[in-house]
Design a protein around this ligand. Structure first.
Ligand SMILES: [Zn+2]
Ligand SMILES: [Zn+2]
Length: 374
């Protein structure tokens, strides 16, 4: 689409205050703000738990300013980009489809995060998703619940041909986050991982990624809808209902399968914690064998209670995982294309974003996605 044919205005779902429904508005088309920018026509925009956290006023330390357009996992078609030869947008051309995550729009390029390339999550000198001076799409700047959005060319990933925008959008936060958490586990094929919250948005993608990585996977959930969804995926993962099954029984059974007589060496090598409740955290910790790794992804307001005995006597390591760098984002998309990893999603028109939010609160599992073609 030539720039001259772009409309002057666009429809967007806007948050005007905390704890209020989204309001559909006509707004001026956003403009390219630097040579790094791409203007995309949004094709799909996925709803994340963080959108709920933000809309209910619990987002710290960087709350949005109103009016605000949410969504930090979306995908679209490039319609306009800088023609400057020094532009980081020059690797792209109009008409290409890209996925856009929240982090990191216009990082400073000079802080220790941006300069350090030594950590596994580092992208390249001058760009870091951890830069605290960067803005984040759909969090402290506008995101994807609108017909058009400006994104940073350095933060996006080209969509593989077999991945549609509706498939790609949920991968831009949920997908990269769970893929990054699985990479943090540093497990080899055949080792065991537990995913607590396996039927949720991240969890059901995690079951697909983990089994495709060759990991023996146990998915844990504690509600009918998510358990049904986790089972319906048809992965090789074992699905555990934490309401009726005990972690200790599972651990003993795994020990028996291994012919292991020492209880300290029975259980999982790593677990990933996705729910916010203490009971899910406790269940995951109990599944771990000695020296196991607990990767925390959720961040409940009140935190988690950790047993110091698990740390001292069982040498459990606890770490956290936040999305992933953009190299990991591209690796994840290629992996998803190769192994046919897809979110189970339900689609809604942009006009019906509030209907999507209502559906979200039913907690049936999977992902809810705005499809702009509806
Ligand atoms: Zn998210
Ligand atoms: Zn920086």
């Amino acid at each position: 689409m030539a720039e001259s044919t772009l409309p002057k205005e666009m429809k967007a779902q806007v948050l005007e205050a905390f704890n209020q429904p989204y309001a559909l508005k006509s707004l001026p088309l956003p403009q390219l703000a630097s040579d790094h920018d791409l203007l995309i026509k949004v094709d799909a925009a996925s709803y994340c738990h963080t959108d709920f956290v933000l809309a209910s006023g619990q987002m710290r330390p960087s709350p949005p300013t109103f009016p605000h357009i949410g969504c930090h996992e979306f995908a679209g078609t490039i319609v306009s980009l800088s023609a400057s030869p020094s532009s980081s947008a020059k690797q792209y051309r109009a008409g290409q489809k890209v996925g856009a995550p929240g982090r990191a729009y216009h990082p400073c390029g000079t802080c220790f995060e941006c300069v350090d390339t030594s950590r596994p999550e580092s992208d390249y000198a001058g760009y870091s998703v951890y830069c605290s001076n960067a803005s984040n799409n759909g969090i402290n700047r506008n995101g994807g619940f609108s017909e058009y959005a400006v994104v940073d060319a350095r933060q996006v990933a080209l969509l593989p041909e077999t991945i549609t925008p509706v498939d790609a959008a949920p991968l831009m936060c949920a997908g990269i986050t769970i893929f990054g958490a699985l990479k943090r586990c540093k497990l080899s094929r055949g080792q065991r991982v537990g995913i607590v919250g396996a039927g949720g948005g991240l969890g059901h993608l995690g079951l697909q990624f983990a089994t495709a990585m060759g990991l023996q996977t146990i998915g844990v959930d504690a509600a009918d809808g998510p358990i049904h969804l986790a089972k319906s995926l048809g992965t090789a993962a074992e699905i555990v209902d934490a309401r009726s099954q005990e972690a200790e029984t599972i651990v003993r059974r795994l020990g028996k399968e291994d012919g292991e007589s020492n209880s300290a060496n029975m259980g999982l090598d790593a677990v990933i914690i996705l729910p916010e409740g203490q009971s899910g955290f406790d269940f995951g910790m109990k599944l771990l064998k000695h020296h196991g790794l607990c990767v925390v992804v959720s961040f409940p307001e009140a935190g988690f209670h950790v047993s110091a005995r698990d740390l001292v006597f069982r040498d459990i390591t606890i770490t956290g995982s936040l999305v992933g760098g953009n190299n990991t984002l591209r690796e994840m998309l290629d992996f998803a294309a190769k192994h046919n990893v897809r979110a189970v999603s339900k689609t809604f028109a942009l006009d019906n974003l509030n209907g999507l939010v209502e559906e979200y609160h039913k907690a049936a599992g999977g992902k809810l996605v705005v499809d702009m073609s509806l």
